[in-house]
Design a protein around this ligand. Sequence first.
Ligand SMILES: NC(=O)c1ccc[n+]([C@@H]2O[C@H](COP(=O)([O-])OP(=O)(O)OC[C@H]3O[C@@H](n4cnc5c(N)ncnc54)[C@H](OP(=O)(O)O)[C@@H]3O)[C@@H](O)[C@H]2O)c1
Length: 280
Amino acid sequence: MIVVMGASGQIGRALIERLDRWDAPRRAFVRQHQQGAQLGGDYVLGDFDDPDSIRRALAPGARLLLNGSLGPNFVDQQRRIIDLAAEVGIAQVVKVSVRDAAPGGLLGQGMHGEVETHLKRSGLPWTILQPVGFMQNLPADVVSADGEGRFHGSYGAGRVGYVDARDVAAVAAVVLTRPVGEDATLVVTGAEAPTHAEIAEVMSATLGRPVRYVDLTPSEMAERLRRAGMPAGLADDLAALMSLVGDGRWAGTTSVVRDVTGRPPRTLAEFVAEHADAFR
Ligand SMILES: NC(=O)c1ccc[n+]([C@@H]2O[C@H](COP(=O)([O-])OP(=O)(O)OC[C@H]3O[C@@H](n4cnc5c(N)ncnc54)[C@H](OP(=O)(O)O)[C@@H]3O)[C@@H](O)[C@H]2O)c1
């Protein structure tokens, strides 16, 4: 049995679809009946802030996909799930984290870093998946840009190995269904690491209309995010993270998707073509 936390999210849905195709027994943990009904099959209704509901979802010897959304309670929620998993006797935890997760890091990196530390100390067998940015975030950036096909960032010429969230799910599906192996951290990237100007070129060519990347200083970017309604601290951290990435720290790619799943990761051009409507 594989228990999928965050089953209604983009990784969770893709994982469930794959497990169902393989007839692998799984249980979805969802907040609403409607989400469980949409997924079909076994589901448990609950909330990460409700320990009893988490206990109802877990079973001795089951394997667990630990995934959720960042927020003020994120670290406490994930630590609690890990503690309950240890109490119940879960066979393996596969945690969705982020590249360069480390306690004290910016935004998700710091939060995921704290959870990773907790998981490694739990005594449970673990695999940590560290994706870079998801391609799925790109349409939102362009749609929210002005009508002239521009999107903004502070990445400079920094390259990012964006990955399709469905490829992260594909890696998780294999890790959760093959025999439990050594504890491992897998950095999950796409096959290419474009600059944001190159991403704009791919979009322009694929969509048949000009899209331009506009590079801003971190303070200009933070101001822009604040004006769009993002809380000030978050806007500052996100802009700072973009400019850190600008130094090329996320430029490297890995062969994890191909090695684990036997198939190459989706390319950016494939992703943009598939989601052309979302970009318009
Ligand atoms: N986005 C990126 O570029 C990126 C890059 C690297 C790593 N990551 C990491 O990947 C993870 C997943 O991100 P995502 O964008 O794929 O998330 P997502 O699609 O929004 O999925 C999050 C899931 O968590 C569930 N959830 C949230 N709070 C919950 C609660 N209190 N109780 C029960 N379920 C709850 C959501 O349920 P509902 O549907 O009910 O809200 C949803 O199913 C995050 O930890 C993020 O830091 C993201």
